[in-house]
Structures are given as C-alpha cells and as structure tokens.
Design a protein around this ligand. Structure first.
Ligand SMILES: Cc1cc2nc3c(=O)[nH]c(=O)nc-3n(C[C@H](O)[C@H](O)[C@H](O)COP(=O)(O)OP(=O)(O)OC[C@H]3O[C@@H](n4cnc5c(N)ncnc54)[C@H](O)[C@@H]3O)c2cc1C
Length: 501
C-alpha cells in the first residue's frame, strides 16, 4: 500500500517556526502539522499521493495573503487545494511544504442580477452557486460532472469545462475578474468587477487555468445567466461509436448547436444504467445525450428537428425526455458515470484529451485498437460536441504491473490526441499527471516563455511546484509514491448523484 511521500521538504525546526507564525495569522486550530491530520491532504482524485509538511485553513483573503507571504519568506512550497477533485494530481504537494485549503472561504459574497454578476470566495462549491441563483431565475453555466464537489476556485485554476459548455464556453468565458494573493503578500485585483469590458493585458485570462502556479485565488467575479426557458433533452441510440461520432459533426453542421452533446459507449452505458436505472438501452453500441436550450415557442420544433437529424445520421432510436423527471434521470446517469465505473472494475484511470470533432471516429477506433492489443478494457464517456475525450482504462491496482501498464496506455492515448491536432487536456488540467505529456503540444521554447511569464508572479518557483511543466525545467525531480491499491478510485460510489443539471 502506498504510504505517501515519506520525506518532507522542510527541516523540523523550520517547519515548527513557520507553523507558529501561521497559527498567529489563522488561529491555533487552523494550521497543523500532526502526522495523522496531514495525511488526508496528500490525496486528490488522482492516483498520486504526497504528504505536505503543514496544512493551513485561512478564513479570509487578508489571511491568505499573510499565509502566502510567510511561506514565501520561509522558502516553503505552496499548494492550493479546494474541492480536491483534481484528476491530474493538481493538489498533490509533491515538494511538501504548505497546503492551503478553503472550506472556511465558501461564502457567496454578492448576487447582482442587474449586472449579471456573482462574487464568490474560492471555496464555494460549483453546484451551490447555481442553487443559490435558482430562486432569481439564474445559474452559473460551467457545470463539471463533479459539480457537487468541486469549487469555483478550483474551476478557475483548471479552467474547468462541463457538458453544457459547448455553446456557452468554459470557465474563462464566465470569469470577469479575480482577486489573488501573490508570494509577495500582496492582494491584487485583475480584470473587471461589474463593467462589461476592460483594457490592457488580459491578466484574468492568464490566471484562469494557471493551476495555482502563479497566485492563490481569493475572490472571483463571475457572469451569471438566466436559466434557459425550456431545455429539450434527447437520447439518440446508435449501433456503434463510429456512427455516433459521425452524427456529432452532422448535428453541428445543421446550425442548431445544442447546449450539450455527450457520448457514452457500450461499456459505459452498462455501468451507468446499472447504477442509475435511467433507461439507457443496454443493447446500444453508443448513445448521444443532446440538449437544446430554447424559448417555449421554438422548443418542440427544435427538439423534433434534432431528432430527425439524429435519425438521418444513423440513430436507430431517439427518445425525447417527456418531462423534467426524465431529463433529470438521463443527466443523473451521465453525471454519475465515473462513480458508476466501480460496477465494472475496482479501479480506472481516466484520460482527458481533445481532438478536432471531425477526428472523433478515427481517434476512437485507434483507442479501441489499443484496448484490443493490450487486453485492458477502455470505456468512453465524454463531451463529444467539444471533441473532449475521457477514455477510462479499467484495471486492478492489486494486480502487479497493471498500474504501470495503464499509465503507458494513457500516454499513448494522449499522443494520439496531440497527433490528431488536439491537446493533452480538455479540462482536467496538466497538473502532476501530464507535465511530461505537455511536450506533445509545446516546444522547449514555448515552455521557456511560459516559465518566464510564471516567474513574473512567482519568482522563486514556490507556487504549486512540480506541476504543469516538465521536471527537467526549473524544478528538481519530485518523489511521488505509486497509488495505494487499498485507496481505490476517485469518488465513493453514489457521490455526485444528487445533481442539479
Ligand atoms: C467524477 C469527476 C468528474 C469530473 N468531471 C469534470 C468535468 O466535467 N469537467 C472538468 O473540467 N473537470 C472535471 N473533473 C475534474 C475536477 O473536478 C476539476 O478539475 C475541478 O475544476 C477541480 O476543482 P476543485 O475545487 O476540486 O479543485 P482542486 O482539485 O482542489 O484543485 C485543482 C487545481 O486548482 C488549484 N487550486 C485550487 N484552488 C485554488 C485557488 N484558490 N487558487 C489557486 N489555485 C487553486 C490546485 O492547486 C490544483 O492545481 C471531474 C472530476 C471528478 C472526480
């Protein structure tokens, strides 16, 4: 069983001195280094683990700024952790140091419907924001499938997507301004709060998706959007993934772009249906879940038109959700897909690659060929409209060599995506997991430019070190443990089932 990273980055005396100063800022109980208490903070939803030296739970932005300043003065690595649902090991403190986490900073500070804004602290759970906006008739668009657990702070750091970001865009399109704490101890604001436009460099755009390697996000101004008057949800059944993939491009070509186009293959459908009983057909080779947002006068017509396009492009059956309960059931199945995988296998390794939409059929065929060649089953459940693949490689971490084998398979899949003109991450981020794979899309020169930009914010490389960049850049090689077989994969069964969609 994995033990987490055994060494710590800090000398005991230095750690105790820093702990004392941090406690003066946040209070005795909110900074700790007890070996048992810190163990929880070695994990996120990835298979990697590494122990921090100290965990801090600040209660306000000025406290975060003081914490970051004290850590920087002590030369301690700083890793932010919010919902810890990172599938890329983003929160795993591979160089030890201080983990800063935000359960006390989970306040929705303002809902300003007239300006279409909400202002939130980083620890606000994604779904909680949409729940709070619902009585006003509004919602926050980016809806990762983990939205019952992940936070807006983590979404900002990873530039999270979700099923409904197809027409509305991912997190960066919904964040207008940020307040961040820098290693200098300064709290600075970038972007706009309520104004529609800003001038000058787009620093908000730079910080969104920077995975905690530049600054700690302490406050977020987000766009809010009126709830769609009507949502027509369709399930289209296909004999195989190839015909379903071809249909995706055909649907987009009609000009009626759905808010969401999700795909599930045969294996995924079996797991999802066993867990959700939502009515997914067990004999289908693939299923598309489509949703169109519309005004009431147009909803029926658009739904029928979409159904017709699906039939014309190989669907053997199309079901339109008759009411909200049916719609919720279909989405509950899709959004609980990862946790449903426990029905098929004790462990899975989820990849996150992107290809141009038109390359879906050939990429999925190549992934299937990898599965046949290696003997590892691979499920596909993903954001088809965006070409954002999530192949899930099934394995058993108790069996010697299987974890290493699935890492190799994951690497091969990411190379496929890059070679197809895509990218090695669509939404989960690079984190620890894909810092070497980033070379498939960026040259050494590209990476050096990015490091220089990062150094403007973080001159000493203390912000989430060991992430995003290959290890042979500025940073020493970290030691990370193999995953614990006993730990199993990423969310407990049933978690994520109570979802608003
Ligand atoms: C079942 C499941 C389904 C998922 N589905 C999706 C999906 O549909 N779309 C999607 O995009 N992702 C998905 N994810 C991945 C994950 O939920 C997202 O990456 C999410 O944005 C992480 O948010 P979090 O609050 O859990 O952040 P964490 O995991 O805590 O952190 C993620 C990264 O952000 C950094 N960070 C966190 N807080 C801050 C802060 N305040 N300031 C600076 N940096 C910070 C961390 O250091 C880390 O690098 C899924 C994960 C799971 C387990």
């Amino acid at each position: 069983m994995g033990q987490g990273r055994l060494g710590t980055a800090m000398e005991t005396g230095a750690r105790d001195g820093l702990l004392r100063r941090l406690r003066e800022v946040v209070g005795e109980q909110y900074a700790f280094a007890d070996p048992y208490e810190i163990r929880l903070y070695q994990y996120d939803a990835s298979p990697e683990t590494a122990l921090p030296d100290i965990v801090v739970i600040p209660g306000s932005a000025p406290e975060v700024a003081d914490v970051v300043r004290l850590c920087a003065q002590a030369g301690a690595p700083i890793t932010a952790r919010s919902g810890a649902s990172s599938l890329a090991g983003g929160t795993v403190p591979v160089h030890g140091g201080v983990v800063i986490t935000f359960p006390r900073m989970d306040r929705i500070l303002e809902i300003d419907v007239d300006n279409l804004r909400a202002v939130v602290e980083p620890g606000v759970v994604n779904l909680a924001l949409s729940h709070a906006l619902k009585p006003y008739g509004y919602y926050y668009v980016p809806d990762p499938s983990s939205q019952g657990a992940c936070t807006i702070g983590g979404n900002v750091a990873t530039n999270a997507g979700g099923p409904h970001t197809l027409i509305y865009g991912v997190t960066v399109n919904h964040v207008t301004g940020l307040e961040v704490a820098l290693p200098s101890g300064d709290l600075v604001q970038v972007g706009s709060q309520k104004a529609a436009e800003t001038t000058g460099y787009d620093l908000t755009g730079l910080l969104v998706g920077s995975e905690g390697t530049m600054a700690i996000v302490t406050k977020i101004w987000v766009r809010i959007q009126p709830l769609p008057p009507v949502q027509k949800t369709l399930m289209a059944v296909y004999p195989d993934v190839e015909s379903a993939s071809n249909a995706v491009s055909a649907i987009v070509r009609t000009g009626i772009l759905p808010a969401a186009i999700e795909m599930m293959d045969k294996l995924s459908i079996q797991a999802i249906e066993a867990a959700s009983h939502a009515g997914y057909p067990l004999d289908a080779g693939a299923v598309l879940l489509l949703e169109v947002d519309a005004i009431p006068e147009l909803a029926e017509e658009l739904g029928q038109r979409m159904a017709q396009v699906c039939r014309e492009n190989g669907a053997t059956e199309v079901r339109i959700a008759k009411n909200d309960a049916e719609r919720q059931a279909l989405w509950k199945g899709r959004k609980g897909a990862f946790s449903a995988m426990g029905r098929l296998s004790p462990d899975f390794y989820v990849m996150d690659g992107v290809v141009p939409r038109t390359k879906l059929p050939e990429t999925l065929a190549k992934i299937d060929a990898i599965s046949v060649r290696t003997g590892y089953k691979i499920c596909n459940v993903f954001h088809a409209g965006d070409g954002n693949l999530h192949p899930l490689v099934l394995f058993d971490a108790f069996k010697a060599g299987q974890y290493e084998a699935v890492l190799t398979i994951g690497d091969e899949i990411l190379k496929l995506c890059a070679d197809a003109g895509g990218s090695v991450t669509g939404e989960h981020g690079i984190g620890l997991e894909k810092r070497e794979n980033i070379r498939y899309i960026f040259s050494d020169d590209d990476l050096e430019v990015m490091q220089r930009v990062r150094q403007v914010f973080d001159p000493h490389g203390l912000m989430n070190p060991g992430k995003l960049f290959p290890t042979d850049g500025l940073e020493p090689s970290p030691s990370v443990s193999a995953p614990s077989p006993a730990r199993r994969q990423p969310m407990p069964a049933g978690q994520g089932e109570d979802l608003w969609v």
